[in-house]
Design a protein around this ligand. Structure first.
Ligand SMILES: [Cu+2]
Length: 191
């Protein structure tokens, strides 16, 4: 009798687990040509966000992330994990950088007024900072998408080493964008 109960319970747990997993992680996926548009939005009152704020990428997929700044402010786009905090206690980028290790295979088309920045150095695009990169000198690889930049495209093939959960974030204005909701999930799955 006891054994029967244990077996029944196991069965119920298995069913529950299957129901919860619901066919893989939730999030927006690139279309059949690999394009996935991510809007950077803000509004009066500090409502900052990425739309969508959860994306799912698949290993081996050729992906084109199309960033559009729809807001009034300048916004960054970084992917990584383990947020680092500066001495002032402000979120200041990620300890582990998603793009850094594959920087040689990442192609970016920066829109007018957008920049590709690596460890605070402008690598591509027009330097609109006037040499003053303070505020966007986070560790790692990022796109600085100034307001009105149009589209910036990040193109890459998703590597096997990226499998797992990552975070996207904007750390502008002393990390306040991140704190105000400008962050999201990036999940990399096996095909
Ligand atoms: Cu922002």
């Amino acid at each position: 009798m006891k054994r029967l109960i244990v077996i029944s319970l196991l069965g119920i747990f298995t069913l529950l687990a299957a129901a919860c997993s619901g066919g893989g992680p939730q999030g927006a996926r690139p279309d059949s040509s690999g394009n996935l548009t991510i809007l950077q939005e803000d509004s009066e009152g500090g409502n900052m966000k990425f739309s969508p704020n959860s994306i799912v990428l698949t290993v081996g997929q050729r992906v084109r992330l199309v960033l559009e700044n729809k807001g009034q402010k300048n916004h960054e786009f970084m992917i990584g994990r383990a947020v680092v905090y500066n001495p002032a206690g402000e979120p200041d980028g990620f300890k582990e950088d998603f793009f850094g290790p594959m920087a040689d295979q990442v192609k970016a088309q920066t829109g007018m007024g957008a920049m590709l920045v690596m460890d605070g150095k402008v690598m591509q695009g027009m330097d609109m900072s006037g040499g003053n990169t303070a505020g966007m000198d986070h560790p790692g690889w990022m796109v600085m998408n100034n307001t009105g930049s149009g589209q910036t495209v990040i193109e890459f093939t998703v590597p096997e080493s990226a499998v797992g959960e990552w975070e996207m974030g904007c750390f502008q204005d002393k990390g306040s964008h991140y704190d105000d909701g400008m962050r999201g999930k990036v999940i990399v799955v096996k095909p």
